[in-house]
Design a protein around this ligand. Structure first.
Ligand code: ZN
Ligand code: MN
Length: 259
């Protein structure tokens, strides 16, 4: 049998056999189509969540479902905002509905372990709502359990200390900066244009939001802090740690059966 981790490369017959014999966790990456500065592609969030999902699946005998590639609306303080050409977002109800449908469909396959791997900050609460509504649809006798995670939460302070010698600016400002750029240099070096790095300084936001958004708060490049210290070695360090620790989480998180 085809032993790929990618669900969409299996026939339904092979998929059914895998589900019935092994009860594999299925990882569902979620991303966004969102500007990531002049040097990274619009699909960075989904490319990274699916790449770490695939590495994790390989460690635990799991499968990776096709990525939900459109995310919730980009916010100025963590993704630059909706005013950039190319950023293409969905309403909250759309994302909630996609996740709710996925929960119901994967349960129908007889799956017991679904893992939602988020790669776009703004998605978080709508993924939670989709999972909640999906499980509510299934009712109390469902055998499916769902794990939800943001992949960057699996980076340890030790590793972040090695990557950021001058101090870590925080995950929100890391948009299109050292973490994402280094991980893209590791996974997709041909998609990164290091010759186009912007020298915009770190964004400096006030502690409130305005609607309509103040686009002049956001650096014109869309990069929220510098990516100049990015390299593939840092990317591999981060990617390997994330996959290893996500695999541990999958082994321990699903240990308890549904009560
Ligand atoms: Zn991103
Ligand atoms: Mn994003």
């Amino acid at each position: 049998m085809n032993n790929t981790v990618w669900m969409n490369q299996l026939s339904w017959v092979d998929y059914q056999t895998r589900v019935q014999q092994d009860q594999p966790p299925v990882l569902l990456p979620v991303g966004a189509l969102e500007q990531h500065g002049p040097h990274l592609p619009l699909g960075t969030d989904g490319l990274l969540s699916s790449a770490v999902a695939a590495d994790t699946a390989a460690l635990v005998g799991g499968l990776v479902a096709p990525t939900l590639s459109y995310g919730y609306k980009s916010q100025p303080k963590c993704g630059g905002g909706q005013h950039f050409c190319g950023t293409t977002s969905v309403d909250a109800a759309t994302l909630i509905g996609q996740v709710r449908d996925a929960v119901r469909e994967f349960a129908r396959h007889g799956l017991t372990k679904l893992v939602i791997v988020n790669g776009h900050y703004e998605n978080q609460w709508f993924l939670i709502e989709g999972i909640d509504l999906g499980l509510r649809d299934l009712g109390p006798d469902a055998k499916l359990q769902v794990m939800r995670l943001e992949y960057w939460d699996f980076m340890t302070p030790d590793t972040l200390g090695d990557v950021f010698r001058d101090g870590f600016p925080g995950f929100a400002l890391e948009h299109a900066a050292v973490l994402e750029t280094s991980m893209m240099l590791h996974y997709h070096p041909n998609l990164v244009r290091m010759d186009l790095l912007s020298d915009d300084g770190p964004a400096d936001f006030p502690p409130y939001d305005m609607y309509p958004p103040r686009t002049d708060w956001v650096p014109a490049s869309g990069v929220l802090s510098s990516a100049k210290d990015s390299d593939a070695v840092k990317g591999k360090l981060l990617a390997d740690e994330v996959a290893r620790r996500m695999a541990e989480a999958l082994r321990s998180g699903f240990e308890r059966p549904v009560q």
